[in-house]
Design a protein around this ligand. Sequence first.
Ligand SMILES: NC(=O)c1ccc[n+]([C@@H]2O[C@H](COP(=O)([O-])OP(=O)(O)OC[C@H]3O[C@@H](n4cnc5c(N)ncnc54)[C@H](O)[C@@H]3O)[C@@H](O)[C@H]2O)c1
Length: 109
Amino acid sequence: MTKTLRIGIIGSGGIAGSHVAAYKELPDVEIVAVADIVPGKAEQFIERHGLAGARAFADHRKLLELDLDGVSICTPNVSHHRTTVDALRAGKQVLLENRCPLRWPRRSK
Ligand SMILES: NC(=O)c1ccc[n+]([C@@H]2O[C@H](COP(=O)([O-])OP(=O)(O)OC[C@H]3O[C@@H](n4cnc5c(N)ncnc54)[C@H](O)[C@@H]3O)[C@@H](O)[C@H]2O)c1
């Protein structure tokens, strides 16, 4: 039996739309949640991309409390460190857009 992968999207700007389009090409992938720091933006993204049933959050840490297999991090570079460390600590697989700052493990708190 095939498992459906449960995915969350953190950051719902330009490149997040490309992630969603790619996930939609795959069988057995469900986008279950979207987080964006701008209030209301995740909700608009969910509606625009037809992600029926997906939940919206303004705080990525709330999204990470869900039962997810992985997250796409689609935030600006400056927030890659925080969101990535939080996601890894929450036990999620991470697909990170672009790079994490060098020496980021040292900065982990
Ligand atoms: N692979 C590519 O071809 C490609 C192209 C463009 C951008 N990028 C990369 O993708 C990333 C995002 O770029 P973009 O063009 O989508 O930017 P964008 O500004 O369009 O979208 C970023 C979104 O993240 C949200 N956000 C910011 N901080 C957040 C946080 N802490 N938690 C949740 N949401 C937060 C913003 O409100 C915004 O909606 C960057 O790292 C960029 O370099 C990659």
